[in-house]
Structure formats: structure tokens, C-alpha cells
Design a protein around this ligand. Structure first.
Ligand SMILES: Nc1nc2c(ncn2[C@@H]2O[C@H](COP(=O)(O)OP(=O)(O)OP(=O)(O)O)[C@@H](O)[C@H]2O)c(=O)[nH]1
Ligand SMILES: C=C(OP(=O)(O)O)C(=O)O
Length: 227
């Protein structure tokens, strides 16, 4: 099964607020952008990913992610949000639902999965295994490394995504009837980065080249875009 991924991204100026003052000298918006670029580059290289739709109102991130090959959907309908202004938006679940509607309006039988934009260690082969596993169920999700949240929520053809992110979303997605994916060896798909400790864990797994450059660390060899 081939998937269209919907990747949500907050405006960089307000993204990754829990990293504020904790991630050494790297500016937080640059880290947030690097995480998103490494996440989307790895996703675009995945054999079972047909395309990637990024839902964001951030003009810089939109331009850079578009240049990688993602389709960029503004989160706020209407005229573009001026640089420096932060759109009101409807929050993460509204952005994801908007992305899923956009995909299904064009291709009603698409398999759709959300993927968080803060997975800088994401490995293409591990994402492929998670999506292959998700294809066995009408809806499925992958818990984050902390075991509290969710990094990926998938809906097969004809199924509503029904995203219930924010906070304790693992329990919410399970209660919604989505199947929890219990694969071993997919740490890079689970390792979201919210805190300085998460960033250290991602660096230990090996991050993509853009995060490595911003964080001042070597990139994981063999990652898309690393040289
Ligand atoms: N488009 C969009 N994406 C969002 C929104 N809220 C969160 N996200 C994205 O959803 C994913 C998971 O969000 P969080 O881990 O809470 O990331 P964050 O909001 O940047 O981090 P904190 O500021 O520390 O809460 C990341 O890819 C975020 O960029 C939103 O309102 N709109
Ligand atoms: C929004 C979520 O992520 P985080 O734990 O990164 O806030 C979530 O897992 O539902």
C-alpha cells in the first residue's frame, strides 16, 4: 500500500517551546526547521510513501520543505499570513484534519498517515516497516518514545483519520479503536524531540544532516541528504 503523509508544522517562531533555553546555543526556530527538513527528507525517500503534504503557515519552512519535494498546504485558509505574524489557527488536530481532507478531496481512496515533524533521527526503512504494519488495519498508530503521545496515525482507504493528538494521545488513539503498532526496532519513528533529553536521545540514534549541522554533531551516514 502506498501512503500520503500529512506532516503538521507550527510556525517556527513558536515551535518547540519546551526546548527554549535547553538546547545549548542552537536557536530554537532553526532546530525546529532542521527537525522538519530531516523528517520530511527521510519520509520522501520511503518506498511506500507516495507524497508528503506539510500543513504549515510558516513561509520559510514552507519554501524549504517545498524545495525538498513536499506539497505545502497553508493551515489558515485565505490570504498568506504575513512574515512575523502568527496565525490564529485551530490547533494541531484541526491542521491534521484539514490536511487529510485536502488529500482525500483529490484522491478519495488514498491511504493517509500523519507524521510529526519533530523526528530528526527518522530512518526511511523503519518508517516503511511501520507503514507496512499500519496497512494491516483500518486505523493504526505508533506511540512516541515516552509512551504517552503519538508520532504516527494512519487511516487506510475509506477510513477517517479522526486525529486526537495533544497530551495523552496514545490512550486516546487506542480508545478510538485505532490499532497500536507494536513493532520492535522502529525507535527512530518513535523518537520525537520535545525536550533537551529527547534531543540527546535522537542524537544518540543518529540524526539527519540538517539537525546535525544545527546541533554541531556528525550526521548519521547513509541518511538521505547526508554526505
Ligand atoms: N500546523 C500545525 N502544526 C502543529 C500545531 N501544533 C503542533 N504542531 C506540530 O505537531 C507536531 C507535534 O507537536 P509538538 O510536539 O507539541 O511540537 P511543538 O508544538 O512545536 O512543541 P511545544 O511548543 O514544545 O509544545 C510538531 O510537528 C508540531 O510542529 C498547530 O497548531 N498547527
Ligand atoms: C502532540 C503530541 O506530541 P507531544 O507529546 O510531542 O506534544 C502527541 O503526541 O499527541
Amino acid at each position: 500500500m502506498l501512503w500520503t503523509l500529512v506532516v503538521p508544522l507550527k510556525p517556527l517562531a513558536v515551535a518547540k517551546s519546551r526546548l527554549a533555553g535547553e538546547a545549548g546555543s542552537a536557536p530554537r526556530p532553526l532546530l525546529a526547521l532542521a527537525f522538519a527538513l530531516d523528517t520530511v527528507a527521510a519520509a520522501l525517500a520511503c518506498r511506500v510513501v507516495r507524497d508528503v503534504v506539510v500543513v504549515t503557515d510558516d513561509p520559510l519552512a514552507g519554501a524549504e520543505l517545498g524545495a525538498l519535494g513536499a506539497r505545502v498546504l497553508p493551515e489558515t485558509p485565505g490570504p498568506p499570513v504575513p512574515p512575523g505574524a502568527v496565525a490564529a489557527g485551530g490547533g494541531l488536530n484541526a491542521a491534521l484534519a484539514r490536511g487529510a481532507r485536502f488529500v482525500r478531496a483529490r484522491s478519495p481512496r488514498s491511504a493517509v498517515a500523519t507524521l510529526n515533524a519533530d523526528l530528526p533521527a527518522l530512518r526511511t526503512a523503519e518508517l516503511g516497516r511501520v507503514l507496512d504494519s499500519a496497512a494491516e488495519f483500518p486505523r493504526a498508530f505508533l506511540p512516541d518514545a515516552a509512551g504517552i503521545g503519538t508520532t504516527l496515525l494512519a487511516a487506510g482507504p475509506g477510513r477517517e483519520l479522526a486525529p486526537a493528538f495533544e497530551g495523552r494521545s496514545r490512550a486516546r488513539h487506542r480508545a478510538s479503536g485505532a490499532r497500536e503498532i507494536e513493532l520492535a526496532g522502529v525507535d527512530s519513528v518513535r523518537q520525537d524531540v520535545d525536550t533537551a533529553a529527547d534531543l540527546l536521545a535522537a542524537l544518540a540514534l543518529g540524526v539527519g544532516p540538517r539537525t546535525a549541522a544545527v546541533a554541531g554533531r556528525p550526521a548519521l551516514p547513509g541518511r538521505p541528504g547526508s554526505d
